[in-house]
Design a protein around this ligand. Structure first.
Ligand code: SAH
Ligand code: SF4
Ligand code: F3S
Length: 460
């Protein structure tokens, strides 16, 4: 009798990587591997890597360093590196970290069982980092049952890669060209999720709103998909991210407005508030076009929340140009934004400009990051204050991490709500309830559950 082998996984990067990791665990489960939370118990260690910034890449190698020491004591342990760093660095990884057994890329996830078998059969330095396939990786994987983190809310990857080649960004190199997953494969997965009791899905892609543009045999886009998925009973909430300003068509915005199951939440990165910087980033829009787009969303979709991303310290960014990013937060009237200091990425044009002397010092980048973050916090609080005294729909996720007396969930606009309720976690998890907001904070809302009249005890 063979005892089951154990796998430990660390995931870095975006939601697409988290979804990929869930699929990898699903594939390995079929091979008899059991996922564990303790790396010391594992026979197989996998890091799913991100290359978007230098810090993410460093973190991956720091995991590998620790695991290399672990393996020195337990030589039967195998180490695998997956994801965006592998896809880009290929066999160079084996030189840098010779104790690594398997390197495989974002395009080779479906081959994982075979790669693992080879490694456990004694083959050293198993490499699989092929370039683009004719179909989406997820089309090869639609029969897999991913091991998901949540049993209420699921990630569903619908488009891979990116064709934009913004001048700072590594994604088109790590994820390849844009390739949309067949609608039939997506619908099959979502039907299965509904049958398994999932309530919420988030459709994923680096430019999720350009879904379907690469289909040659049909006219089918994100709006069409949203209409079809809305028909699936059991699924109560549908989100999608990340949108690109150039792809967010009126048809998609109308679908958000019309379909009750599609949430009033749109994440569209702006990246910079200055037109010259936007042009040098090759984003394809001006600040005014971004403002007009957000205004259109707010006009068409009442109560919507738009959020964004910004990069500070892009090569050559002047103080004045940076100021425009700060100002744009209030002008665009967004609800929140992620921020990052520009990090030069090999292969990208902006990295070469940095080398040619347009580099912004780390000190200035950090100073700008702090100023921009403060502006975003003020704006987020301003937007959250609009919720005071209002009653909002919340999908309950579980106990609040900060205060176990409270439960936690999210609004339709993706805001975290921590609330008091006269019910236990088990009674409410996965349910849609109403919460009256009593205290808006910059990053979350606090409130009390509104108990429906029919649930009240009858008073004599
Ligand atoms: N596809 C999305 C976002 C992709 S990456 C879009 O087009 O907006 C997620 C975020 O990482 C980006 O929005 C950007 O703000 C940040 N990012 C990407 N490359 C970066 C780099 N080289 N340095 C710093 N931040 C970067
Ligand atoms: Fe990167 Fe630009 Fe593609 Fe977004 S649109 S993934 S920022 S290249
Ligand atoms: Fe990182 Fe790759 Fe996602 S570089 S942000 S994990 S697509």
């Amino acid at each position: 009798m063979t005892t089951s082998r154990k796998v430990y996984m660390e995931t870095l990067g975006c939601q697409m990587n988290f979804n990929d990791s869930e699929v990898m665990l699903g594939l390995l489960k079929k091979e008899g591997f059991e996922p564990v939370d303790n790396k010391h118990e594992a026979d197989l260690l996998i890091v799913n890597t991100c290359q978007i910034r230098g810090s993410a890449e460093d973190k991956a190698f720091s995991y590998l360093g620790t695991w290399g020491k672990l393996k020195a004591k337990k030589p039967h342990v195998k180490i695998a590196m997956a994801g965006c760093v592998s896809q880009q660095n290929k066999d160079a990884i084996f030189k840098r970290a010779p104790y690594v057994d398997i390197v495989f890329g974002t395009q080779n996830i479906h081959e994982l069982p075979e790669l693992v078998r080879k490694a456990f059969d004694g083959e050293r330095q198993v490499l699989a980092v092929d370039r683009q396939k004719p179909r989406s990786t997820y089309d090869y994987l639609s029969d897999i049952a991913p091991v998901r983190e949540s049993d209420i809310s699921a990630w569903v990857t619908i488009i891979e890669g990116c064709d934009y080649f913004c001048t700072y960004c590594v994604v088109p190199y790590t994820r390849g060209r844009q390739i949309s997953r067949a609608p039939e494969s997506i619908i099959r997965e979502v039907l299965q999720l509904a049958a398994n009791g999932f309530k919420e899905i988030t459709l994923l892609g680096q430019t999720v709103d350009s879904y379907g543009k690469d289909f040659e045999d049909r006219q089918y886009g994100l709006a069409e998909l949203l209409y079809e998925l809305s028909e699936i009973s059991g699924i109560e909430r549908i989100r999608f991210m990340t949108s690109h300003p150039l792809d967010l068509t009126d048809r998609i915005i109308d679908a958000v407005a019309e379909l009750p199951k599609v949430m009033e939440y749109i994440h569209i990165p702006m990246q910079a508030g200055d037109d010259e910087i936007l042009e040098r980033m090759k984003r394809g829009y001006t600040s005014q076009q971004y403002y007009d787009l957000v205004r259109k969303i707010y006009d068409k979709v009442p109560n919507a929340a738009v959020t964004g991303d910004f990069i500070v310290g892009f090569p050559g960014e002047t103080d004045e140009q940076f100021r425009r990013s700060v100002e744009s937060v209030a002008i665009a009237d967004i609800h929140a934004a992620n921020t990052a200091a520009y990090s030069p990425r090999k292969q990208t044009p902006a990295a070469i400009w940095e080398e040619r002397g347009q580099e912004i010092s780390d000190e200035v980048k950090q100073e700008r990051l702090q100023i921009l973050n403060e502006a975003i916090h003020r704006q987020s609080l301003r937007k959250n204050l609009e919720y005071a005294g209002k009653t909002v729909e919340v999908l309950v996720e579980g106990k609040s991490k900060r205060n176990p007396e409270r439960l936690t969930g999210r609004t339709r606009t993706n805001k975290v709500v921590n609330f008091n309720a006269p019910y236990s976690e088990d009674e409410l998890v996965g349910k849609l309830i109403q919460v009256e907001i009593t205290e808006p904070l910059p990053f979350s809302l606090i409130g009390n559950m509104v108990v429906p009249a029919e649930a009240m005890p009858v008073l004599q």
